[in-house]
Design a protein around this ligand. Structure first.
Ligand code: A2P
Length: 336
């Protein structure tokens, strides 16, 4: 059977990768409908060598769509996802609009695929990119040794903030190398040759929303509200690939060798952990353009008897967003 697939936000950084991954993985697409705002309606995008005209989401009738992949921001999802679901489509939503609703499953394909079947509203939420890659690596450790606490600092690339953010990093880099002034637009301060400890909005507790996503989503996906998560999320001048320094505490002791062996056979994970120059994953050398979650620098915490340290890197646009969304579509398709 083939499925009529709508991609909402098809002209964006995640949307265009959704299209590429649907094609790469040979998803059984019947009709493909790219959708965006009226700004880019009427333009064409390529899917498997054919031009497809981008349609205006606001006026599009979703009747006949089987699966809709949404990645056009939370407000767009809130307004339009329910009408696609009402028309019979299964919506796979990459925004944070529905992630914390009890009747919307939040699914990482390698971690809790069974949860995708229970979707009373016809919506499945795709997790935040940072939580996604962290849990692909941590779920096997949690099952073996019981994670009680996670300290995590993220190093997040600009592609997570969309196409205009990538353009801003490129432009500022060129301007600064040419000794001209810059005028930050997308980010609050200079991003080229800098770091910004601020992603998404500030909340009353002093954490940013991006940081709290790591707390809320980890608990929901692992189904364990007792897990403590202490996050710091930082934007870095990298185009593709998020990195994370993760320090975790477990109920039972797990050695670095045991963790390495466990991760070596974990789905979606590749261990790159040689204790020599270049023997670890980085966004540019490993993650960018690839599907796996790469784990290196695996070592026992010298300050805690049941602590383990890891360095986790993955392409935020692929596993962190578009790839997982397509994997969820594959789970739905497999139901028949
Ligand atoms: P458009 O090309 O019409 O602006 P990115 O995350 O790379 O910035 O991409 C955002 C995506 O979401 C784009 O495809 C953009 O389409 C789409 N988008 C943004 N706002 C809306 C909206 N109100 N309705 C439909 N699509 C939208």
């Amino acid at each position: 059977r083939r499925f009529n697939v709508a991609v909402v936000g098809a002209t964006g950084a995640v949307g265009e990768t959704m299209l590429a991954i649907l094609a790469e993985r040979d998803f059984p697409v019947g009709k493909l409908v790219p959708l965006a705002s009226e700004r880019s309606a009427g333009s064409t995008i390529d899917y498997r060598g054919d031009d497809h005209v981008v349609q205006d989401l606001a006026t599009f009738d979703p009747a006949g769509i089987d699966i809709a992949l949404f990645s056009a921001g939370g407000e767009t999802s809130k307004e339009h996802a329910p009408r696609f679901a009402a028309a019979g489509a299964v919506v796979i939503d990459n925004s944070s609009a529905f992630r914390y609703d009890d009747d919307v499953p939040l699914v990482v394909s390698e971690v809790n695929p069974e949860a995708a079947r229970q979707r009373p509203r016809g919506i499945i939420a795709n997790p935040n990119c940072s939580t996604m890659q962290m849990l692909v690596a941590l779920a096997p450790i949690h099952r073996k040794a019981g994670i009680t606490r996670i300290n995590v600092a993220t190093y997040q690339s600009v592609s997570g903030a969309g196409r205009s953010a990538m353009e801003e990093l490129g432009k500022q880099t060129a301007q600064l190398l040419g000794f001209s002034g810059i005028d930050p637009q997308k980010f609050p301060v200079q991003i080229a040759f800098n770091l910004i400890p601020h992603i998404d909005s500030f909340l009353d507790n002093g954490f940013t929303k991006e940081e709290m996503k790591l707390v809320w989503e980890t608990r929901k996906i692992l189904g364990d509200d007792s897990i403590q998560v202490n996050p710091t999320a930082v934007r870095v001048p990298v185009f593709y690939g998020h990195s994370e320094a993760v320090h975790l505490e477990t109920r039972d002791k797990i050695t670095a060798d045991e963790a390495r062996a466990l991760l070596a056979s974990a789905p979606g994970v590749e261990v790159v952990d040689e204790r020599k120059p270049g023997g670890y994953p980085t966004p540019v050398t490993h993650a960018s353009g690839n599907d796996a979650v790469y784990v290196g620098r695996i070592r026992e915490d010298i300050s805690h008897p049941r602590g383990l340290d890891l360095w986790i890197v993955s392409d935020n646009i692929r596993k962190g967003a578009a790839l997982n969304a397509v994997q969820l579509a594959e789970l739905v398709a497999a139901e028949g």
